[in-house]
Design a protein around this ligand. Structure first.
Ligand code: ADQ
Length: 468
């Protein structure tokens, strides 16, 4: 069995007392099974970046990490990755910024990843790269002489070509993606968007009927690999954590009211401002719910050095203040808005205690919170998921109440419907979603991606060594 080398912008190095999240656990299981290597940034920045990766071995996994210097952090990570690619790939054409100097930093960083990773590779490795931070990595590794099979999985949406071509360097990035052997996406829409971009640049003749593309004699397999969760593990976590102090306190604070919960990284793609406005509309148009339901929104801060993120934070604080000022009572706070992290099991316990889960991104690659909410429910008395049609998860979780996240009135109506859904219908919808999630589990995700990567028989041998 080949060794698996996983590469992601950020890696989770095991620390005492800190449990990694669902995605990290899933990936780690796959790496562990193949006594593999996980390579990436350790999350630290320093004045001068270290010259060698630092290596830690634990439980059959080797962690090789690099740090960033300040310029790399600003220009590569905050700049091109999160100020250019992230907004554009989530269709925020207005919020997108492009600077040559940041793109150059992006290319330089990918070069540095390759330079540090190449000496750690073994001939029979298979290499699985994650996400938009590392589109050019395969190209750089090939130039360094690597001939191993390489796959890229994109966790975020792939935009339609009419949006993609707003980016001055879109052609170069597409070309870079074609140095991989396998390109994996969350949904069929993303694969189609990628294929239409290839056809736009190189013509329809580059597209093969079997969903691969061929360019310059190289064949690149494209496919849909919807990321999932471990339904049974989440169910266990949710049940066990209901006895924790944190869960008991949260439930006691409801004073018997029904609960709607939202859990998201604080990001403009998650549709939080629109969601808060919809909840305000719900309290206004369905006043019988005042003082009878509570909305708990957990949203830890992320990317606080990017301006768009401080703006959304301000908007949310204003909307929360207005709604609470307008509707609160001496013993009732309509929105409880918390900017903090919780251990994963506690979150699952919170979700199990909620009658409604609200997941309304204005654009999302998949959205694991939607799947976690469903998996955490008590099957005999499950809560109801209200889900944006613009989340990748909407393709699979068709038992949710679907909403357009920009339609406040429609969302208010959906929340009302969710709180009042009869138990038979709740059970039926929950069962259907659980069945799909068991099929498309986190194990199915990494197994099928790795199998596809292993099926790539002849990696290209025509890239010459460039590092001196
Ligand atoms: P993200 O945009 O980060 O991921 P998401 O899929 O929602 O989003 O996953 C977030 C994870 O963080 C969930 O497992 C959730 O439980 C956890 N989390 C959220 N808030 C938390 C808190 N307060 N405390 C602790 N944990 C918290 C990107 C893409 C998504 C895609 C994933 C995986 O943007 O579309 O689903 O990758 O591919």
């Amino acid at each position: 069995m080949s060794r698996l080398v996983a590469v992601s912008n950020r890696i989770s190095i095991p620390k005492r007392g800190a449990a990694p999240g669902g995605l990290a656990v899933g990936l780690l299981t796959a790496i562990q099974a193949r006594r593999g290597l996980w390579f990436g940034w350790d999350g630290e920045t320093s004045e001068v970046a270290g010259s060698e990766p630092s290596i830690v071995r634990k439980d059959d996994v080797t962690y090789a990490s690099i740090d960033f210097d300040k310029a790399e952090y600003y220009d590569f990570y905050l700049g091109f990755c999160n100020g250019t690619l992230w907004p554009l790939f989530h269709y925020f054409v207005d919020g997108f910024r492009y600077k040559d100097v940041q793109y150059e930093a992006y290319q330089r960083m990918n070069h540095r990843y390759a330079k540090h990773l190449a000496p750690l590779l073994e001939p029979d490795d298979i290499i699985w790269v994650h996400d938009y931070h590392l589109f050019p990595l395969a190209q750089r590794l090939r130039e360094a002489g690597a001939t191993q099979p390489m796959g890229l999985f994109l966790h975020i949406p792939f935009p339609n070509i009419e949006v993609l071509r707003v980016l001055p360097v879109y052609g170069e990035l597409l070309q870079a993606m074609l140095a991989y052997d396998v390109l994996g996406f969350q949904t069929e829409t993303d694969v189609q968007a990628f294929r239409s971009a290839v056809a736009y640049v190189w013509g329809e003749e580059a597209l093969n009927a079997d969903s691969s593309v061929t360019l310059g004699g190289r064949r690149v397999v494209t496919g849909v690999f919807p990321i999932g969760v471990d339904v049974d593990a989440i169910q266990r976590e949710a049940v066990e954590s209901q006895n924790t102090d944190a869960c008991k306190r949260m439930v006691a604070g409801l004073l018997g009211r029904k609960l709607m919960i939202g859990v998201d990284r604080l990001d403009y793609s998650k549709g939080l401002v629109e969601r808060f406005k919809a909840y305000e509309k719900f309290l206004e148009t369905h006043p019988e719910n005042q003082n009878r339901v509570s909305f708990l929104q957990i949203a830890p801060l992320s990317r606080t050095d990017v301006r768009a993120y401080s703006e959304i934070r301000r908007d949310l604080e204003q909307t929360t203040g207005r709604t609470n000022g307008r509707f609160a009572d001496t013993d009732w706070t309509p929105i409880r808005y918390l900017n903090r992290n919780f251990p994963h099991d506690v979150l699952m316990g919170f979700m199990r205690s909620a009658q409604v889960g609200i997941v309304t991104p204005v654009r999302d690659g998949m959205n694991l919170v939607a799947k976690e909410f469903v998996a955490a429910q008590d099957p005999s008395d499950p809560g109801v998921l209200v889900l944006s049609t613009l989340a990748g998860a909407a393709r699979e979780l068709t038992g949710a109440i679907m909403v357009n996240p920009y339609d406040a009135r429609g969302m208010a109506h959906a929340i009302q419907q969710a709180f009042n859904m009869p138990i038979a219908e709740r059970r039926e919808r929950h069962q259907a979603m659980n069945d799909v999630m068991r099929r498309n589990s986190i194990t199915a995700w990494h197994t099928s991606f790795i199998e596809t990567l292993e099926s790539v028989v002849e990696p290209p041998k025509d890239f010459r060594l460039r590092f001196g």
